[in-house]
Ligand binder design. Structure first.
Ligand code: PLP
Length: 394
């Protein structure tokens, strides 16, 4: 068998991530490889840390990109902060809260679940009752933006409750960072992780993380070694610490991927993070207007909707997988399927990072309308793209 170069098809990425990537970021990937301890590379690493401070809205010294995807960022927070015998309250209102439970249990700790229905945010009363009933928990963990449902929870309020009860706060910001406000210092989040492939519009495979001084003290005061050698922050800091000349080898950093992250963060800074948040909201409202015109409904209440992840209820009797397949094969548009309890019931339309644009909104709506009409599905008043344009031009 002859194997030749791989040339992926061109797609519009409008699922739960990865999102579309600007050519500036792709070009950065193709720059010459230099050593991961090269003085020039170390200067760039310092800039990446500074740019991540901006993205996370923090001054936390321990802020850096983990050389692995969001799941490793998640794991880095749990393995460094949680020890055998601890108990951790985990808010579960979708797939990723469930993964946090797995992480806690694999650290030899007890996970105390606060469960909410998929499609609803973390219920603060339930959380408070749980904290009152379980004094001395080590941490409260929650997913800020649940990608499986399109719900955003009230991070500031969850964090305040956790601190009232003396617990650390671990927050998943994989889907929120760059798309909606993530205010690590203002909200007093102790450990926060994200991913590069969503609203930062960089290639997948890197997980920015940040740890507060309180979290650092907890890590330094551990009774047991961190169970993961690769994710032990004490060791990673030897490579990412600010004293450039003394940086030591920990692992071979993904040099070119970090050039790409640097470029995507420079683009975020150029746009201004508040403007990025506004852009995500505006394009979401335009998509919503178009979906209304098609008689399609979002499953999440308006007050808790994520602009960057829109979970759309699939109308009865529509073959949801066929719609996704046709959007991909006939229009090159990727949207996401439902996960877990929502499998077969929703489409997940992502408007993340570079995929949050008027072009994406109007083309996706036109294509969706065409496919549904062709399948004989009644589509409300129609004119979805025009309805979106009205919002965009207002
Ligand atoms: N947390 C959330 C909320 C996510 O949406 C994802 C990925 O979709 C992850 C964690 C895991 O990230 P990754 O797939 O990069 O490992």
């Amino acid at each position: 068998m002859t194997v030749s170069s791989f040339h992926p098809p061109r797609r519009m990425l409008m699922g739960p991530g990865p999102s579309d990537i600007d050519s500036r970021v792709l070009q950065a990937l193709g720059r010459p490889v230099i050593g991961h301890l090269d003085p020039e590379f170390i200067l760039m690493m310092d800039e990446v840390k500074g740019l991540l401070h901006y993205a996370f809205q923090t001054t936390n010294q321990m802020t850096l990109p983990i050389s692995a995807p969001g799941s490793a960022g998640m794991e880095s927070c749990f393995v460094n902060l949680v020890e055998p015998g601890d108990s951790v309250v985990v808010c579960v209102n979708g797939v990723f809260g469930g993964r946090m439970v797995e992480n806690v249990e694999r650290c030899g700790a007890t996970a105390i679940k606060v469960e909410d229905d998929w499609g609803t945010p973390v219920n603060l009363n339930k959380l408070e009752d749980t904290l009152k009933a379980n004094p001395g928990v080590k941490a409260v963990a929650f997913v800020h933006a649940e990608t499986s449902t399109g719900v955003q929870s009230d991070a500031a309020a969850i964090s305040a409750l956790a601190h009232e009860h003396g617990a650390l706060v671990i927050m998943d910001a994989v889907t929120s960072l760059g798309g909606t406000p993530v205010m690590v210092d203002e909200w007093k989040i102790d450990a926060c992780y994200s991913g590069t492939q969503k609203c930062l519009s960089c290639v997948p495979g890197i997980s920015p993380v940040t740890f507060s001084d309180r979290a650092l003290d907890t890590i330094r005061g551990r009774n047991h070694k961190v169970q993961s050698w690769f994710l032990d922050m004490n060791l990673i800091m030897g490579y990412w610490s600010s004293e450039g000349a003394t940086r030591s080898y920990h692992h071979t950093a993904p040099v070119n991927t970090l050039y790409a992250l640097h470029e995507s963060l420079v683009m975020l800074k150029e746009e201004g993070i508040e403007n990025a948040w506004k852009r995500h909201r505006r394009n979401h409202l335009a998509l919503k207007a178009g979906l209304d015109a098609l008689g399609l409904k979002l499953i999440v209440d308006e007050a808790h909707r994520l602009p960057q992840l829109n979970a759309v209820q699939v109308p009865d009797s529509v073959d949801e997988a066929l719609v996704r397949r046709r959007l991909l094969s006939e229009y090159g548009i990727e949207i996401g399927a439902g996960l877990g309890a929502l499998a077969g019931k929703v489409w997940r339309i992502g408007l993340m990072g570079q995929s949050s644009s008027p072009r994406h909104v109007t083309l996706a709506l036109s294509a969706l309308e065409a496919v549904l009409t062709d399948m004989g599905v009644s589509t409300g008043q129609g004119g979805a793209a025009a309805a979106a344009q009205k919002v965009l031009l207002a």
